[in-house]
Design a protein around this ligand. Sequence first.
Ligand code: NAD
Length: 319
Amino acid sequence: MNKILVTGALGQIGSELVVKLREIYGVDHVVAADLRSSSHEITQSGPFELLDVTNAKAMFEIANRYKVDTVIHLAALLSAVAEEKPLLAWNLNMGGLMNALEVSRELGCQFFTPSSIGSFGPSTPKDNTPQDTIQRPNTMYGVNKVSGELLCDYYFHKYGLDTRGLRLPGLISYMTPPGGGTTDYAVEIYYAAVSTGRYTSYIAKGSDMDMMYMPDALNAIIDLMEADSSLLIHRNSFNVTAMSVDPEAIAAAIRDEFPGFILDYDIDPKRQAIADSWPHSIDATAAKTEWGFHARYDLKAMTKDMLSQLSERQMLRKA
Ligand code: NAD
């Protein structure tokens, strides 16, 4: 990676990934692009372009103008929103991905896009879900993610494009709010703990799902992109995870820091149905053995950091 284009750069992942990439590769070496603009640090601190990823010509023009050698394609509609707007999800998630792959093929770029634990479905083994297993998701997001994994494999085999990807679990972070995924509750719960001391979860007790703290996700993306290509067997779809948790487990970890924290439930049947179709815990052995993936934050360490960061931000806002 030398000159990098990041699409969907103002989202939950992009807003932190761009900052980290600029620290490592240099401010002028990371071009951030998004459908929307904002007064965000990213749009002020380095190259930023307005880009709708469904516009192939515009994406090519930007990538070519900046002479990028790497495309990190993040623009997408997430699971809960995609289920509400399936046609929009297909057009954005598949159309945008196809455009990003074509631009990368034409310019000879290295390519990254995330898949998700949403690429699994009800018939997938739920515990210690293997790297290679049944993938018959019953959500539009899942259909998009499996199709995306296959499309990236296709571009690698057909054109030799250096495509890489991770099946990300639910990501927890404090910089940018999540964009409408099923695991968003695991972020909201920390904001609520700091602001009101109680949270009403739309996901039921006992719904174990894989999660990871954002710093681990950023390292995983960069480590995979920097890994020796010849070592990658599962290049477009590595299972990665740091913990498998349900709302009760997160609440218990929060109570270690904030003993009075209260958790109650008001289940959203739509998002619960998506959660029920996903694995409880996935097996990340392939990522560990093929390119050395490891997560530094477990639930306890992540909770301590989330609560301290959010408390600090709240104090700064009040000051
Ligand atoms: P997000 O919803 O927070 O951000 C998506 C960004 O894409 C937004 O800034 C939005 O403005 C932009 N965007 C939307 N439509 C666009 C368009 N037509 N053209 C250009 N930009 C557009 O998403 P995120 O959480 O940062 O996720 C990024 C990727 O990671 C997605 O592929 C998502 O499926 C995947 N992923 C995320 C998680 C997670 O927990 N955040 C987990 C698994 C996989």
